[in-house]
Design a protein around this ligand. Sequence first.
Ligand SMILES: [Zn+2]
Ligand SMILES: [Zn+2]
Length: 316
Amino acid sequence: MTFLQKLLFLLITTILFSCKKDVPIVIEDNTTKTEHVIIIVMDGARYSETWGDNSHQYIPKLASYIKPKGISCDNFYNNGFTWTSPGHLAMVSGQYYNLNNGGNELPPFPTIFQYFNKTFPNKKSWLITSKDKLEVLTNTSDTIYFNQFLANTDCGINGLGTGYREDSITFHNAINILSNNNPNLALINFKQPDAIGHTNDWAGYLNQISIVDDYIYQLFNLIETHPFYKDKTTVFITNDHGRHDNNNGGFQNHGDSCEGCRHLMFFAYGPDFYENTVISTRYELIDIPTTIASLLKFNLPNSKGVVMKDLYKPVH
Ligand SMILES: [Zn+2]
Ligand SMILES: [Zn+2]
């Protein structure tokens, strides 16, 4: 090769490698203001009944009170497995993996909870969920991380294997834990839209979306006003999966790759993000943990997601 050819080769390889998506993300951004992150999941609500419905009749509080305070994305997807456990795993690990959906398998890799706790041993992370099976998200079968750096959990009736509980209990516990334990990182899961959807009760499913809308509103109020959280907390509101659209079996079930199962609601709020803005950038579930790692400044190895740069206000 001539010198010029060598130079060209070097240039092309450098560009190719810098575009590679799965390099570990090392965060050197010290300009962000976020100190705490809360993810709130409305389990199994379909986009067509949330942001995709222009009347927003089932999410009145999200639409009128919360939406102007942050940024929504109308092009946000679960591009992996549209079941509860794999959906939540994608959202806290940056990887799509078909995790057993019954709570019988630990993720083969750590999630943001373990990486966060390892990086910040004096900070607190919490998993607060109506579904007990989600407790597996705080641990891993990876031999180095197994039983290490565990998050605090408040899952199901009394932890893994004890069954689901009502969202009203999860809401009550979440308010108490945020107020008194001050988690720096937390995920809160409300199961009821999914649970009632599975019973094929259309009116009940819609009603549960509105009930969770109110729970989110009250949690949001706490985060906006509590001295520990005010002005330094980022909130993500999303779904683990949608439900079949009407061309693919309808709202009762979910689990395939149809538009209804994949298209999710996405809203984010925080001191680093735009307000009163809607974007259409194509983002996906695995981008949430990657963005969280960037905001909270810890390393998230093997994430396939990207930092959602279009959410960020310019830094002055
Ligand atoms: Zn689910
Ligand atoms: Zn489907």
